[in-house]
Design a protein around this ligand. Structure first.
Ligand code: PMP
Length: 405
């Protein structure tokens, strides 16, 4: 336990990187925690066998560890049953399984409601599903401070809305979605609620039941696990009705040329050899996250976010895209520097101050268009960030602005 700098010994990158690293690109990927790195190494070097098929002890142990990881992930998100946890390669593949599965229910003219805040992985799979079923994708507009404009929900939610799919936390503005209100709205029209939890998963245990989600997607690499794993959670009644997205080994009940039958969820959606090491590392990361003091970490993140917002607000020509207060937001802050391209901002703050920031459209082109821009810089926080990172960023930006403006 601990916050900020106290946690850095538990993240190997900080000892391995040859110079001070002010890592503020956590929304793109978090650094792996030692517990997850050790679980990955341990599996690959001391316990490696394929899962769900072998009968020898090593294979049996690998299968048992894999299923134990399913239970751990179910605990992390408050899922009623481990079998509702589908292992995927990440949030993107989870959302594709969801969209492909829900497409079955769509008739021509039905509507899928997303929002202008969404990451492309919560837009494009729905566009593909809509195209296949002659359905329509609509989007909830966004306010000037980067939140869902729920006053305008009535203009896009209709009695044809079958699916509402929204991000839990924006990867650009940091805004936290009012899911209680959206659950109620989805219920009004009998729609399924899908939640993209990619940016929420690193911020502590989740309760999918309390949220009222029907399906919930996230990636391990953003929650201090390895790359290559993720989860789609779904209520069993919903997953039971989904067709598989990928066909292959280990997802079948019986294969014959007369017709193939499929395994029950979650295996129906886990064709082929799954990312075993990354799944075990994800479970180790979830255990690590569950062992932290989340009231201390949330207070730490809010304090740093406040300092970041104040620091950015004090610089000439800097525009923040998103809420400038601390209510209902996490530590993801996108900003523009007047007259300077986001890529130049990111390169210079790295060269001048050793700060790792993201610059680009953040896979959110509709949101960029909403804010009349094509790219922004973005700083995003993790539990190991501390005042030194914020100071380095503000100092680096000040010098960048002096040089370029
Ligand atoms: N949704 C959101 C909100 C994200 O921030 C991201 C990653 N940037 C994704 C989905 C996709 O995650 P992944 O690339 O790990 O599949």
């Amino acid at each position: 336990m601990g916050v900020g700098r106290e946690l850095r010994p538990q993240f190997p990158i900080f000892a391995s990187f040859p110079e001070p690293l002010h890592y503020l690109d956590n929304a793109a990927t978090g650094q792996i925690c030692a517990a997850a790195a050790e679980a990955l190494w341990e599996f690959e070097t001391a316990a490696r066998a394929n899962v769900k098929r072998g009968v020898y002890r090593l294979a049996d142990q690998a299968s048992a560890a894999f299923e134990a990881a399913r239970s751990t992930m179910a605990s992390y998100i408050g899922a009623p049953a481990p079998d509702e946890v589908v292992f995927t390669s990440g949030a993107t593949s989870a959302l594709n399984i969801a969209a492909h599965g829900l497409a079955e229910r769509l008739s021509p003219g039905d509507e899928i409601l997303v929002s202008v805040l969404e990451h492309h992985s919560n837009i494009v799979p729905w566009q593909l599903a809509a195209k296949a079923r002659q359905a329509v994708v609509k989007a909830i507009p966004v306010t000037d401070d980067g939140r869902l404009d729920l006053d305008r929900l009535g203009g896009v939610l209709t009695d044809r809305t079958r699916v509402v799919s929204l991000t839990h936390v924006s990867n650009v503005t940091g805004a936290v979605t009012d899911l209680a209100r959206l659950r109620a709205a989805a219920d009004d029209v009998g729609a399924i609620l899908v939640v993209d939890g990619a940016q929420r998963a690193p911020h502590g245990p989740i309760d999918v039941k309390a949220i009222g989600a029907d399906l919930y997607a996230f990636s391990a690499h953003k929650m201090f696990g390895a790359t290559g794993a993720g989860v789609l959670w779904g209520r069993s009644a919903i997953l039971d009705a989904f067709p598989p997205l990928l066909g292959g080994g280990e997802m079948i009940r019986e294969v014959s040329f007369a017709g193939t039958t499929f395994a029950a969820p979650p295996h129906r959606f886990e064709a082929g050899t799954p990312p075993i090491g990354p799944v075990l590392a994800m479970a180790a990361a979830a255990e690590w996250l569950m062992a932290q003091d989340w009231s201390a970490l949330a207070a730490h993140e809010a304090r740093l976010t406040g300092r970041l917002l104040d620091g950015l607000g004090s610089l000439p020509g800097v525009r923040i895209l998103g809420p400038t207060g601390l209510q209902q937001r996490l530590g993801v802050v996108a900003f523009e520097v007047d007259g300077v391209h986001a890529h130049d901002v990111c390169q210079l703050v790295d060269q001048l101050a050793g700060v790792a920031l993201r610059g680009g459209h953040h896979c959110c082109q509709p949101l960029m268009e909403r804010f009349d821009t094509i790219a922004t810089a973005r700083a995003s926080l993790a539990p190991y960030n501390d005042d030194d990172d914020i100071d380095a960023l503000i100092d680096g930006l000040e010098r960048t602005i002096e040089m370029l403006q």
